[in-house]
Structures are given as structure tokens and as C-alpha cells.
Write a protein that binds this ligand. Structure first.
Ligand SMILES: CC(C)=CCC/C(C)=C/CC/C(C)=C/CC/C(C)=C/CC/C(C)=C/CC/C(C)=C/CC/C(C)=C/COP(=O)(O)OP(=O)(O)O
Ligand SMILES: O=P(O)(O)OC[C@@H](O)CO
Ligand SMILES: [Mg+2]
Length: 233
């Protein structure tokens, strides 16, 4: 499984439910980011996902889909990221939907392209926290324990600390990273500028940048060099 996970340092997450004009999309795709991840926690449909994929495909940057809704699974992505929400309050978001998806798609599933992500939802105000009824806020010790369940027990290739919409607690992120054995640590949430990007890059393997693309494109673009300029410790 591990060899499938590219050593991305910086990823832009684009939401098919939000508008980005052509010049902005071009700037994002040519920014030097390592990948574009398409996904969102609400309003993602087959139609808006196909449209965004076809626009990103005009560029060479790798493009992956983070599945949040089975109705919006579109062929043609480089990889399919499959969230497993470790602290979900309802089993549907841990493995329930996944089992139903496998039952429905059967032999059509391109297993070699699927990458499971052990998700920890850490901003209780985020849409994703509400959708998944995520347990929280979590103490650092609990976050570490969940991360070890994903990394050491389940051997998932990614642990994703998801603060969507909020800048995270970088001490907690660093703490979690130190407990990992083999998983890559993805950090996402509230990267607003080069400075927050640098702080996140210092404590994680991969930094995911989302909302600021839509609110301040110039600042979003600055996060690429900021992340790549930080050596991993
Ligand atoms: C090509 C082809 C036929 C492929 C087949 C692929 C396939 C169907 C495989 C089946 C295998 C499988 C196991 C599929 C999983 C199905 C599924 C629906 C699983 C549920 C995934 C899940 C737990 C989703 C929870 C929500 C979540 C974590 C979403 C991630 C995105 C996210 C957090 C976005 C951030 O949200 P944002 O919009 O930024 O939030 P704000 O509004 O707060 O800003
Ligand atoms: O939108 P932001 O807050 O940057 O979060 C990024 C990403 O982790 C969301 O899934
Ligand atoms: Mg968002």
C-alpha cells in the first residue's frame, strides 16, 4: 500500500461546489503544488466533479478525488482517497458507507487506485464534523491514540488531521506526528498565508490548503513555496 502514496508536500483541495474562474484555476494548477485533490463535505455532485476534473486535466498536475459521496464518484482520476473518519459518531462514516460502496461497485473497483485515509476531524464547527457527528473536541492524548489505531493497528498509509476552516493546534499535530510509525501525516485546515503554511509544514508530511484559494488567491499561491521551503524534521 505504502508505495502508492506519493511524497506530496503541498496539496490544493478544490471544492466542486465552489466557483473558480479559469485564470485562477490555471494559477493553482501551475503553482508548483504536488497535487490537486477534489472534494468537499457538501454539495458535491457527479456533474460538478466531472466539470472540475476536466478543467484540471488541461494541466499536468496530478489530480485525485477524495470521495465523500458515492453518487459523485467519477472515473479518470489518478487516485481515489477514501476517508475513514476515526472519531465519527456514526458507524456509517467509519466503514458503513464503504461496505455499501463495495457491495454496489463490486468488480468495477480499481483497487490499485484506492488510498484509505484515517481521518481525525478536529474542528467541531466544520461541516464535516456535523455530517459525521464527530466526537470532540479531542484531548491530545485521545488524538494520539486514534492516530495510532490508524497507523499501527490498521496500517493505514495516511493519518489526516482535519481542522477544515480553522487553524489547528500545531503542538497537538506535532505530538501526533511523533507517535506515527509508517503513516504519512496530512494536515488540513485554516492555512491562510505563508506563515501558517510554514508552521504546518514543520509538523506534518503533507499540507492541504483549501478555502484560502477562494478567499485570497495570492496568499494561497504563496503557501506552495512556503511549504516546500521547510525541511521536514
Ligand atoms: C472509477 C471508479 C468506478 C471508482 C470506484 C471507486 C469506488 C466507488 C470505490 C468504492 C470503495 C469505497 C470504499 C468508497 C467509499 C464510499 C464513501 C462514500 C465513503 C464515505 C467517505 C466519508 C467517510 C466521507 C465523510 C466526509 C468527508 C471526510 C469528506 C472529506 C472531504 C472534506 C473533509 C472536505 C472539507 O470540507 P469543506 O467543504 O472544506 O468543509 P467546510 O464546509 O467546513 O469548509
Ligand atoms: O479549507 P481549509 O480550512 O484550508 O482546509 C483544508 C482541507 O483540509 C479541508 O478538507
Ligand atoms: Mg472547505
Amino acid at each position: 500500500m505504502k508505495q502508492k502514496i506519493p511524497a506530496w508536500r503541498h496539496v490544493f483541495k478544490l471544492d466542486p461546489d465552489r466557483n473558480l474562474d479559469d485564470p485562477a484555476l490555471e494559477a493553482v494548477c501551475l503553482s508548483g503544488t504536488d497535487a490537486i485533490m477534489i472534494g468537499g463535505s457538501s454539495g458535491v455532485t457527479y456533474e460538478n466533479t466531472v466539470e472540475l476534473l476536466s478543467r484540471v486535466r488541461r494541466f499536468e498536475v496530478p489530480c485525485v478525488l477524495e470521495i465523500s459521496d458515492l453518487e459523485a464518484v467519477v472515473p479518470g482520476f489518478d487516485l481515489y482517497m477514501i476517508p475513514i473518519v476515526l472519531n465519527a459518531g456514526h458507524p456509517d462514516w467509519i466503514l458503513g458507507q464503504h461496505a455499501r460502496a463495495i457491495e454496489q461497485y463490486g468488480y468495477l473497483i480499481p483497487w490499485e487506485l484506492l488510498v484509505p485515509e484515517g481521518y481525525l476531524v478536529l474542528n467541531p464547527e466544520a461541516t464535516v464534523a456535523k455530517v459525521t457527528e464527530a466526537q470532540g473536541p479531542l484531548e491530545a492524548a485521545t488524538a494520539r491514540a486514534y492516530a495510532q489505531v490508524a497507523d499501527r493497528l490498521l496500517q493505514l498509509p495516511i493519518v489526516y488531521l482535519e481542522y477544515s476552516g480553522q487553524t489547528g493546534d500545531f503542538e497537538l499535530v506535532s505530538d501526533v506526528r511523533r507517535t506515527l510509525d509508517q503513516a504519512r501525516l496530512f494536515y488540513g485546515g485554516g492555512i491562510l498565508d505563508a506563515e501558517t503554511a510554514r508552521r504546518a509544514a514543520a509538523v506534518s508530511d503533507t499540507v492541504v490548503v483549501g478555502n484560502v484559494v477562494y478567499s485570497d488567491l495570492d496568499r494561497a499561491l504563496e503557501t506552495v513555496a512556503a511549504v516546500k521551503g521547510v525541511a521536514k524534521n
